[in-house]
Every structure is written in structure tokens, then in C-alpha cells.
Ligand binder design. Sequence first.
Ligand SMILES: *Cc1c(COP(=O)(O)O)cnc(C)c1O
Length: 229
Amino acid sequence: MSIREQITEVRERIEAACRKAGRSAEEVTLIGVSKTKPAEMIDEAAEAGLLHAGENYATEFRDKVPLVRHRDEIHWHFIGHLQTNKVKYVIDRAEYIHSVDSERLLQEIDRLAEKRDKVQQVLLEVNISGELSKNGLSAREVPFLLEKAAELSHVKVGGLMTMAPFGANESEIRRIFQNLRRLSIDLKPFCCNNIDMNILSMGMSNDFELAILEGANFVRVGSAIYGKR
Ligand SMILES: *Cc1c(COP(=O)(O)O)cnc(C)c1O
């Protein structure tokens, strides 16, 4: 199947999941995850109407975005683990950074965003499952980071992001997504000028329908659009 056909199929599955959940499909933003895939494929997706793209690796992001013809129309999401010394490679282009998981990283983003006279939108990545191999904050750590974020002038926290552990079964995955949603509700008291909890970034090729049933509004879909990596 072509990229266009894969996108159509994923969009139909999103619509079906939204119907099942009693939600409007317009609430859900599909982000095409293009890590390791060439710029031409991102352009192909953009021409099929997919204008949100997610990348995982800072240097790949830096090198690839300039090769994408539709780069200025695309909303770029940085979704991978980010080292503080590589924020400079993503800050100019990223509309959202989904993977903030430390105070140090948040402060570096704020510092560089200020230099560039922008307010960087970020999500906090939470390791809901507590899986040792996963990046992300524990649920307990999130309030502390939000208190720090409230003091910064060039970052805006829009919500939370998580990944279900590899190999988890359907009910485990649902529970993780449900817990992220509950956490975002519990965090409402921290909302202020530059913090809100409107975004839940959860769900990938294998579990985006479950994520939508649990309230996801950003889904990050790679292989179901671009094929195996
Ligand atoms: C790779 C990746 C995705 C997409 O994964 P697929 O299984 O290919 O859909 C989504 N989110 C993150 C953080 C990723 O690293």
C-alpha cells in the first residue's frame, strides 16, 4: 500500500475508535512518526494531507527537516529522548517537544527558547508503567517539575506523554493510558499561565485505538503509515 493509502486506513481506524468512544475525530491529531525514513516520504505524507510529523533523534531531525519540501507547512513534533546538549538541534523547528523528563532539560529548553524569542510548547513524559528501561518521570515527580515550569517564561506545558511498555497486553495498556489521563486530571490544580493539561500524547501503531478510547488527543503513528523500520 502507498503512504497515502496507509494514512487513509489509519484515519478510518481513528474515526472508528472515536465513534466507539463517543468522541469527535477532530479532537485527535494524527502525528506521522518518520524516524529513519527519508524526507521524500514525509513530503509524500504531507501531500496526502498529513501535516503533523514526529521525529525521535535530534541529529536526524536537524539534518532531515531542511530536506523536506513541505517543511514550513508541517507541524513538527520532537518525540524522542532529548539530551540537553542537543536541544539546539530541535528548538527552531519543533512546535512541541513531547519528551521533557527532567528539570535540567526544561531549563535548557527555556534558556534557548528565550534566546530565540519563542515560547516552546512541551509535554512532560511520564513513565506510568514504572518499567526500568523506559525514559520519563515517575508520576510522583511530575508536580515538582510543574512547580519549576511555572517559574519559567519561555516554556509552556501543554500536557503529558507516555508510552506503553513493549509486549504489554491489552488490559495492561489500557490501564496505563487510563492512569495517564487520571494523572492529568489530578494535576489540574497546577494549571496556570503557562501550564495546562489539555494534551494527552499516547498511542502508537499497535495501540492508538486503545489510547483514543482512554482520551488521547495526540497519537504518534509510525510503522502503520511508513512501514517497518
Ligand atoms: C517510534 C515511536 C513511535 C511510533 O511507533 P510505531 O510503533 O512505529 O507507530 C511513537 N512514539 C515514540 C516515542 C516513538 O519512539
